[in-house]
Write a new protein. Structure first.
Lengths: 125, 419
């Protein structure tokens, strides 16, 4: 089990019929989750208490890091008021991209490569 | 013996221009290991902003499309090879030394840097920038290196005057490096040199692996060099007091300078002797004088590096060195013959080692010259007393380049030394 958690998305995307019917349900569920009403993006919910995610967070551009910290501040403020943000300030679905997932996948790939190099047996032909 | 080596050098020096302009030259003397060098016209002379060439050199062997940085290092270690990158004012040299038979892997490693390096941001920040900073700091703490950098900057200003090292004040961004790499890594700017490998085999390998390189005819632009000269002093402590007295000229390298350097060099031919140099007899204890020639494709900087533990000693030694330099214009007879013989030996024996061979090839490969060692020795031989004194007079007439590093209140000025 890796830090991104289990996911049926690759399987669903691989089938055209499944993709056609499941995608609207997925969009509806993401809206229902309510994180967009606090001005957050999906990757802001990513569990960051792990060394791999910390390495991935180190690869964000300074602008991305700053925006992420800003969204956390806004969401914490929201939590204090026990109210969601006004509708104009909700994060838009088209802006809700997975900005951290590619970095996490790269980190996981690099760790796996390091493990392979550390444990391989070598034979000279 | 020299004749055999010389003819072997001349015979196996093959300059092949393949269909898109990559030059290949290789010499095979039957060594058990092979060394292949990719020479790119991406030296500090061609950099658009200060520090970019130094940063690009430190990006060598990091992630490419074919293998990651870790994969490159681990796989090279398994093969038993040595990878290195070095920067000179005109060229970026990527070198790998390995056992015969492994050339396809190592040529692939180096050419994938030229064709498909990823230049990732996190590698730039975590691997490249700390090394750039460390090398720049080490260079500025070494008075001899610092003196040469300042001398070049005074002598040539832009182009050849650009420093080999990034400075802490010049902010180099990843985009600068990527742009410089895209322009410099085009086929007309690349030459492949090999020792211990057959020329035809290397050409074949290179054609296969560099097939994807940009065929851009964006030749590295640099204005032709002019020599200016000047004087500067830098306060410093913790190292030897240093003075560099330099002279330069635009144009191809003059063989008389090699003879002058051989004449002045205090390095004795017989150990524990003082040698015949006019300098070694007269400099005070604890000081050293070293002649330095730096030939480039269209200019040369020649100079004497004087170092010592006290500023007064260095002042004395600098006066002796300048006097010897000016008096050597009248060199003739047996003394000239000694100097000529020493210069010829130095030129020939430099080809004993791999570094010397690569250095000699790198000066010739881009200009497609087939000059062999015999031609170099002959050109040194041809210099007679009148030609020699003319050359020395010509360089000492131009404005000298004077650099003093150390306790500047005690170190001499250029006119105090006799310039």
């Amino acid at each position: 089990m890796n830090v991104l958690g289990p996911s049926l998305a690759p399987y669903i995307r691989s089938s055209r019929m499944l993709k056609k019917y499941v995608t609207p349900i997925a969009h509806w569920y993401a809206d229902l989750m309510g994180y967009r009403k606090m001005g957050l993006k999906y990757d802001d919910l990513q569990v960051e208490e792990s060394s791999q995610v910390q390495r991935a967070l180190g690869r964000l551009t300074p602008r991305e890091s700053y925006d992420r910290s800003y969204r956390f501040k806004v969401a914490s403020d929201c939590d204090l008021h026990h109210k969601p943000l006004p509708k104009e300030q909700w994060s838009k679905p088209e802006d809700d991209k997975r900005y951290l997932q590619p970095h996490i996948l790269n980190v996981l790939k690099e760790e796996e490569e390091r493990l392979t190099w550390d444990t391989m047996t070598v034979q000279r032909k | 013996m020299l004749a055999r080596r010389a003819s072997a050098f001349a015979r196996s020096f093959a300059t092949v221009v393949d269909n898109a302009g990559v030059k290949v030259a290789a010499i095979d003397n039957g060594q058990p290991t092979t060394a292949v060098t990719f020479l790119v016209k991406a030296g500090s002379r061609y950099e658009p902003k200060p520090g970019v060439a130094h940063t690009l050199k430190n990006f060598a062997f990091k992630s490419t499309a074919k293998r990651s940085a870790l994969g490159t290092v681990r796989e090279s270690e398994l093969y038993g090879g040595i990878l290195s990158a070095s920067l000179s004012r005109e060229y970026l040299a990527l070198t790998s030394e390995f056992l015969r038979g492994d050339e396809s892997f190592f040529v692939d490693v180096m050419s994938s840097f030229l064709t498909s390096s990823k230049f990732q941001r996190h590698e730039f920040q975590e691997y490249v920038l700390p090394v750039v900073e460390a090398e720049s700091t080490a260079a500025s703490r070494n008075p001899a290196t610092h003196a040469l950098e300042l001398a070049h900057s005074l002598a040539f200003r832009s182009g050849l005057g650009s420093s080999l090292f990034a400075s802490p004040h010049s902010h180099v961004s990843l985009d600068d490096v990527k742009e410089f790499a895209a322009r410099a890594f085009s086929k007309g700017n690349i030459a492949i040199l090999g020792t211990g490998i057959d020329s035809a085999a290397l050409t074949q390998l290179v054609e296969r692996t560099l097939a994807g390189a940009s065929v851009g005819n964006v030749a590295a632009e640099s204005k032709p060099s002019t020599y200016f000269g000047g004087e500067t002093r830098v306060e410093s402590h913790g190292g030897p007091e240093t003075v560099f007295i330099g002279f330069g000229a635009a144009g191809p390298v003059d063989p008389a300078l090699a003879i002058l350097s051989a004449h002045l060099s205090p390095q004795p031919s017989v150990k524990w002797s003082q040698g015949l140099s006019p300098i070694s007899a007269a400099i005070p204890q604890g000081t050293s004088v070293q002649p330095i020639i730096m030939p480039y494709s269209d200019a040369t900087l020649f100079g004497l590096l004087v170092q010592g533990s006290t500023a007064e000693g260095v002042k004395e030694a600098a006066k002796v060195a300048t006097k010897a330099l000016k008096e050597s214009a009248g060199l003739k007879g047996d003394a000239l013959k000694t100097a000529v013989a020493k210069a010829k030996f130095a030129a020939a024996s430099s080809l004993d080692g791999r570094d010397g061979i690569l250095g000699a090839l790198s000066t010739k490969v881009f200009v497609n010259s087939d000059a062999s060692i015999e031609a170099t020795l002959a050109s040194i031989d041809k210099v007679d007393a009148t030609a020699f004194s003319k050359s020395v007079a010509a360089i000492t007439k131009a404005k000298p380049t004077f650099v003093a590093i150390g306790s500047v209140q005690a170190l001499p000025f250029a006119d105090e030394v006799g310039l």
